[in-house]
Design a binder for this molecule. Structure first.
Ligand SMILES: Cc1ncc(COP(=O)(O)O)c(C=O)c1O
Length: 448
């Protein structure tokens, strides 16, 4: 403890200055700020695993198409709210070729990131039927979506899927859905923060229950095709990205371009509404939003009010990236496999030093290596582990932030360069040495 890699007093002063009683309850942004402050004061570099932002350059095809579009003066023209036709067509092709589902280009709509697509979809889904006023989150999940519910004043419920994998998921979901107040279910797949992937059986259960209880499913595919255990990169060739759309017609897909195309800065994503849902009339929509259909409410009420469409030039960028992927000329999965390789190496380092993977399996299968993984350390809560790791120059966020009932941390690999691996290994070895497992738990408390 005497010689931790980062000056103990400076870490402690900054933690105190943060003024949160339990570090485990600090938000992602608070942790980011805390670590940046410590780095600035000490001059030491952290192995930063708290931020879920892309760490690769943007897809060139997108950048070039966007520059071209700007030169053609699209900046001065309002784009169509529901998207330029070439983009709508390519999105529809994309879901056909990479998911094997048929969706009319009408329901393929660009949004200002998946964040906006989610916001609009939550707003409309919560307005369709008076008695259906609650969203159900299959957690762990992406904390900002709950913040969106908070901002809108909408209700939600959630449960940690950890103990309800496989057939057990059916009963758990029915315990919520049978009450009649849930309008939609949301989950991400692959999952942020745990990188678990729902199996085909689980997706089927969700789809069947959506049909039985007339629930809309919001499938968040922010990490599209990034379950690298299966090669999902070939257009028109199975296997395809797993999806609930094979089991129900009542769905909204949220497909982000931030991670798959490393295009986060331009804030463009895709919302894909099934044909049946797009045209469906809901009893409360005329009174609430002066419109009849789900699709009309999304485009002419929600998106019109939020931003009146998505950046014109970014739409050309996305259209070009999708066209190249659809034509088999751009292997976007190959570009992001780097995350999986990093995760593989980093997980080994943690495992060698006493850490465990918290969400470790999809039923019988080991989870894949991807953008995130989850870790715990015997005898420490998530908050204690984070606090202690800060002395060793390693940062992450606690699972408590994500609706998980488990103690532990989410580690994001995107901003850990391979040139930091040696440092990470050394720091974890020292941590493990300073906190031997099975004894001296007192010491951990003493340290924080
Ligand atoms: C599960 C999940 N959904 C949505 C988003 C947001 O995506 P976008 O950048 O397209 O708004 C993220 C980004 O981290 C995410 O992890």
């Amino acid at each position: 403890m005497a010689n931790t890699p980062i000056n103990k007093e400076i870490v402690e002063q900054n933690v105190q200055a943060l003024d949160v009683p339990d570090l485990g309850k600090a938000s992602i942004r608070e942790i980011v700020q805390l670590v940046s402050n410590i780095e600035a004061k000490t001059g030491d570099r952290y192995v930063r695993m708290e931020m879920g932002i892309p760490g690769l350059p943007p897809a060139r095809i997108g950048v070039e198409a966007e520059i071209e579009a700007l030169k053609n003066n699209v900046a001065s023209i309002y784009p169509r709210i529901d998207g330029i036709q070439p983009l709508k067509d390519e999105v529809s092709r994309f879901v056909k070729l990479f998911m094997n589902i048929d969706v009319d280009p009408l329901g393929c709509i660009p949004t200002v990131g998946s964040m906006q697509g989610g916001y609009a979809a939550f707003l409309v889904a919560g307005s369709c039927r008076k008695e259906r006023d609650t969203m159900l989150f299959i957690d762990p999940g992406f904390p900002v979506q709950k913040q969106q519910m908070l901002v809108m004043g909408q209700k939600y419920e959630s449960f940690d899927v950890y103990d309800y994998r496989g057939e057990k998921l059916r009963e758990k979901l029915e315990s919520f859905l049978s009450k009649g107040h849930i309008h939609s279910i949301i989950y991400s797949n692959p999952n942020n923060p745990t990188w678990i992937c729902l199996t085909e059986t689980e997706l089927q259960i969700i789809g069947e229950l959506a049909n039985k209880y007339d629930i809309t499913v919001m499938e968040d595919l922010a990490y599209f095709a990034m379950d690298f255990r299966t090669d999902l990169s070939k257009p028109g060739v199975p296997p395809y990205q797993p999806t609930v759309a094979r089991y129900t017609d009542n769905y909204v897909l949220l497909i982000s371009s931030s991670k798959v195309f490393s295009y986060a800065g331009q804030r463009i994503g895709m919302m894909v509404i099934s044909d049946a849902l797009y045209h469906r009339k809901y009893p409360n929509l005329p009174a609430r939003l002066n419109v009849q259909t789900f699709g009309g409410a999304i485009v002419h009420r929600a998106l019109y009010s939020l931003s009146s469409g998505t950046s014109h030039s970014a739409q050309y960028a996305l259209a070009a990236m999708l066209k190249a992927a659809n034509d088999g000329k751009f292997d976007f999965v190959k570009d992001v496999k780097e995350y999986g390789e990093r995760a593989h190496i980093m997980k080994e380092m943690f495992l060698k030093n006493g850490f465990r993977i918290v969400y470790d399996k999809d039923m019988d299968e080991e989870i894949g290596d991807g953008f995130y993984f989850t870790i715990d350390y015997p005898g420490m809560t998530g908050g204690e582990l984070l606090h202690n790791l800060l002395f060793y120059g390693v940062s992450a966020i606690t699972l408590g932030n994500t609706g998980s009932t488990k103690e532990g941390l989410r580690a994001c690999v995107s901003h850990v360069g391979r040139n930091q691996f040696a440092d990470l290994e050394k720091r974890l070895e020292q941590f493990h040495h300073d906190f031997p497992i099975g004894e001296k738990r007192e010491k951990s408390r003493e340290m924080i």
